[in-house]
Design a protein around this ligand. Structure first.
Ligand code: PCA
Length: 197
């Protein structure tokens, strides 16, 4: 199998993005399945276009997008992407989008097609904090998840796809802020990939 796994560059107040580190640390393959590791910009109208070129070139079986959700306690397996961009925060190009549909006349929402409960069980076994999340937000991560699932749906492709948000890594925040050690997040991501094989 071929798995595309993406992380994001840093954005807003965060000088580091754990998902950028995870992408660097992941191996090139897991049990003989190729991992195609990609770092994406936190830019609404660029992140999916970059991913799209790689999807067309590599024809993956699975796409797992990763992003930072600062403040969350647990690795969050996202269930759903909704058709809206809405944030007072700019993306890394300075663009602010509010109450704006991602795809005009697109479906209101798409569900993740990853085995989200199996992923959760795999991570739980290791006693790593994990949850199913019912909102990927309305910023760039939700935008990427929506675009990927929409593209797969309209082209009727046999690709499983979805999104996982991770907490801050310990090294980037003060003691009192929710976070997990980077090696724990990495282990959770590897368990997630294994659940999709
Ligand atoms: N998290 C942001 C965008 C990039 C990232 O890592 C989000 O949750 O939308």
């Amino acid at each position: 199998m071929k798995i595309i796994i993406t992380g994001f560059e840093p954005f807003l107040d965060s000088e580091e993005n754990p998902t950028q580190e995870i992408i660097k640390l992941l191996p090139k393959s897991i049990y003989g399945n190729e991992l195609i590791k990609v770092e994406l910009p936190v830019i609404y109208d660029e992140c999916f276009n970059i991913l799209l070129k790689i999807i067309e070139e590599k024809k993956p079986d699975v796409i797992i997008n990763l992003g930072l959700a600062g403040g969350r306690k647990a690795i969050s397996i996202e269930r759903v992407a909704i058709n809206i961009n809405d944030s007072s925060s700019p993306d890394n190009k300075g663009v602010i989008l509010q109450d704006k549909q991602i795809i005009k006349a697109g479906k209101n929402a798409y569900f993740s097609t990853l085995p989200i409960k199996q992923i959760m069980k795999n991570i739980e076994k290791k006693k790593i904090p994990v949850e199913i999340s019912n909102s990927a937000g309305t910023y760039v991560c939700n935008n990427l998840m929506y675009h990927a699932l929409h593209y797969i749906y309209i082209n009727n492709l046999d690709i499983k796809a979805g999104f996982i948000h991770v907490p801050y890594m310990k090294q980037q925040v003060k003691e009192e802020v929710n976070s997990l050690p980077l090696d724990v997040i990495l282990e959770g991501v590897i368990d997630s990939i294994k659940a999709c094989l």
